[in-house]
Ligand binder design. Structure first.
Ligand SMILES: NC(=O)c1ccc[n+]([C@@H]2O[C@H](COP(=O)([O-])OP(=O)(O)OC[C@H]3O[C@@H](n4cnc5c(N)ncnc54)[C@H](O)[C@@H]3O)[C@@H](O)[C@H]2O)c1
Length: 400
């Protein structure tokens, strides 16, 4: 079986996925739409896609079966809901949404329409998460009682360029996007391995002091001046998860921007930029090599022309030894990948879910557990670290 898909937003990220959807044998045709038509035209030419559609509304009115949302990070919720209600299966880049209400509306729309929804959380296939997921499933940790997930990416390492490309002249209004509203690479990497969920949080935000108009409350469309934030979550199984979202930090994010730690009663996993170890009560095992992503294309590839040089490492990083590449379609062999090999798996997950009418791993209920804790953490930081309860939407149903 095959289906057609329309990719909405072909800026720095969407084109890479349009290409992979086009390569996948489970997809018949790939269309693109962008508010800037020249970006759509460029993607069509570069990747040999089926064509473009004039607007998001026209795409919803068309007979495409699925829609993939790659618009700016604060815009996803309402677009996703409209696409589901227009009868489309939906792939969404992270985050799921930026408010509890938007998340609730997406879950309701999935429940009512029974269309496939998937959030493309790259950390779900981060080598560290893949490894920890296997170890946890095999019971090797014992009881996991403490975890850490960090998304550590300094604004100077490509984000100024990315926001200018994305936001045009008024880019400073959007570059202040609150760090805890982009929590999924940290939280999703932990809960993607140990499937618990957060029930309460206390978060402290660090107010920015660079005074360059970014993270300035008077300029910010989010009224935000936190550039770093740290949250401590209580989990439903009595464990603890700590999350760092850092945008002003002396750290080489191009080497590894998401890092994880898992502490169990029998064994633990710890990760730094270039080192990863597995430890039991007797010894330390260096597993760094299993985590090493191989580049999937050149940093000079023309498809990366719109991507800031400092961000390109993430866009080319491919499979690591820990990945199970056997499950991927033959057509992906040698194809561009990204974010530590995750792009191939995410595209394959969505295509498989749509063609088989099954729930993908990061379905709406899981996506809510990866996203809402950050939204509540940001609110906690605004209230000086007050401990707040996090709503849970429950486990996903057994089938669509
Ligand atoms: N590791 C990851 O998972 C990861 C990495 C990078 C980006 N992302 C996500 O991917 C998304 C896209 O990021 P990006 O860097 O490509 O952004 P971008 O700003 O470069 O591109 C967004 C594009 O969407 C278009 N657009 C916006 N609203 C539209 C609409 N209603 N109809 C048609 N086109 C519309 C814009 O014109 C623009 O070209 C973001 O949500 C971001 O969070 C995720």
């Amino acid at each position: 079986m095959t289906f057609s898909i329309g990719v909405v937003g072909v800026g720095q990220f969407g084109g890479q996925f349009a290409h992979l959807f086009n390569l996948h044998p489970g997809v018949s045709k790939v269309y693109v739409v962008d508010e800037r038509p020249e970006r759509a035209a460029e993607a069509i030419e570069h990747y040999g896609l089926a064509g473009s559609v004039a607007s998001f509304e026209d795409l919803l009115a068309s007979d495409v079966d699925a829609v993939a949302i790659f618009t700016q990070r604060w815009t996803h919720g309402p677009l996703v809901e409209r696409a589901l209600r227009a009868g489309k299966h939906v792939y969404s880049a992270v985050p799921m949404a930026i408010s509890e209400e938007e998340i609730a509306r997406i879950i309701e729309a999935v429940r009512e329409t029974r269309n496939v929804y998937m959030m493309g959380e790259t950390s779900y296939y981060n080598p560290a998460t893949v490894y920890a997921r296997k170890q946890h499933a095999a019971g090797k940790f014992g009881r996991v009682f403490y975890t850490e997930g960090d998304y550590v990416h300094d604004m100077d390492l490509g984000f100024y360029d990315a926001y200018q490309y994305s936001g045009g002249e008024r880019w400073k209004e959007t570059a202040s996007y609150p760090p805890m509203l982009y929590p999924t690479h940290a939280i999703g990497g932990v809960l993607g391995a140990v499937p618990t969920h957060a029930v309460s949080v206390s978060c402290v935000g660090v107010r920015d002091d660079r005074q360059d108009g970014v993270f300035d409350r008077d300029v910010s469309m989010f009224g935000n001046d936190f550039s770093n934030a740290t949250a401590l979550f209580e989990l439903n199984d009595g464990g603890v998860m700590r999350t760092n979202e850092m945008r002003r930090v002396g750290y080489p994010s191009h080497i590894r921007e998401s890092r994880f730690r898992f502490f169990g009663t029998e064994a633990s996993f710890e990760q730094l930029a270039k080192v990863t170890v597995w430890q039991d009560k007797a010894n330390v095992h260096d597993i760094s090599e299993q985590m090493e992503s191989r580049p999937s294309m050149s940093l000079d590839d023309p498809s990366l022309a719109n991507v800031a040089p400092e961000l390109r490492d993430a866009f080319v990083s491919g499979l690591a030894p820990v990945h199970d590449s056997e499950r991927l379609p033959e057509e992906f062999r040698g194809a561009p990948n990204g974010h530590e090999g995750s792009h191939h798996f995410l595209v394959d997950d969505f295509v498989t879910a749509v063609n088989n009418r099954t729930l993908p791993a990061v379905n709406a209920w899981t996506a809510a557990r990866f996203t809402l804790p950050g939204i509540v953490a940001h609110e906690s930081a605004l209230r000086g670290g007050e401990r707040l309860i996090i709503r849970d939407f429950g486990d996903a149903p057994a089938s669509l």
